[in-house]
Design a protein around this ligand. Structure first.
Ligand SMILES: O=C(O)CCC(=O)C(=O)O
Length: 276
């Protein structure tokens, strides 16, 4: 399976796969490449999740702002968030009833974080074919234009793989999408803590430096249907997928059960390359 051709195109979601999104919302996702905001966790629930995530970050230490990557099958607390039925109901409406969570990352921009997440499409970084991943970005903190909310460039998911160029030293990746002049205005993904957005793996997105006094923390969760294949053996070694709902009839994926452990100091993530 190593280095099989990597198909990079958006497949429109079909209405009727689940009941959480209306046909109109699915049409908007297909047109824009994202949807938001969705109320997932109430104030008490997200306060508890924030306390949990703050604890993981304190335990990991200085690397934790972008370092809690792909622990979804290693920590029961992250497992429980990734498999929450309210999240899965949304995901089901986009990708259908068989759902894998194959990656996650806590992306916490501290106050006055000078680095930006440069414009990028996710799918070219991943060895998955076809490109069918939908990302749920769960706001752990309130996030807006002040504290570096993620931005989407509407409609770019249908443009195929866009050219890449070298990113500057102010960026958290080495490469970024080279944006054509006529690409259109970005949309700022403002969310209250406990709300989430959905975006397609071909959509151009990024986030600016955080010039505010407020932290901006989010949990990104990646979901695909089991018919997606991993096309690179080495990359596959870092993937620890959870079968969140339904079945993997073809049995292409290795599934990881809910872990007993919830101590980040007692485990290390496999760290999927290109996940953040
Ligand atoms: O959190 C951010 O600023 C960027 C997140 C991102 O690139 C993603 O979730 O795909």
């Amino acid at each position: 399976m190593t280095h099989a051709p990597h198909e990079l195109s958006f497949a429109a979601a079909c209405p009727g796969l689940g009941s959480a999104l209306t046909a109109e919302q699915i049409a908007t996702y297909n047109e824009l490449g994202f949807l938001q905001p969705f109320d997932i966790f109430n104030a008490a629930e997200i306060a508890k999740i924030r306390y949990y995530i703050d604890g993981l970050m304190a335990d990991m230490g200085p690397e934790s702002a972008y370092g809690i990557n792909c622990y979804q099958a290693r920590l029961s607390g992250l497992w429980d968030i990734a498999t929450d039925p309210r999240i899965l109901d949304l995901v089901q409406s986009i990708i259908g009833p068989d759902i894998l969570c194959w990656a996650s990352a806590i992306l916490s921009k501290p106050a006055h974080e000078p680095r930006r997440v440069p414009w990028h499409q996710d799918a070219p970084f991943w060895h998955l074919s076809p490109t069918r991943t939908v990302t749920v970005w769960l706001a752990i903190d309130d996030t807006d234009a002040e504290n570096a909310a993620m931005q989407f460039i509407p409609g770019t998911h249908t443009k195929g793989a866009l050219d890449m160029e070298k990113a500057g030293s102010d960026a958290v990746f080495h490469q970024q999408t080279a944006l054509p002049d006529d690409i259109g205005a970005p949309f700022t993904n403002c969310l209250h803590a406990g709300q989430a957005s959905l975006h397609a793996d071909m959509l151009v997105h990024g986030s600016p430096p955080n010039t505010s006094d407020k932290r901006r923390c989010g949990l990104t969760l990646r979901y695909c249907p089991p018919e997606v294949r991993i096309t690179d053996d080495v990359w596959a070694q870092g993937v620890e997928a959870i079968l969140c709902r339904g079945q993997d009839i073809a049995g292409r994926w290795q599934h990881h059960p809910r872990p007993d452990n919830d101590d980040i100091t007692a485990t290390q993530s496999p760290h999927v390359m290109g996940n953040n």
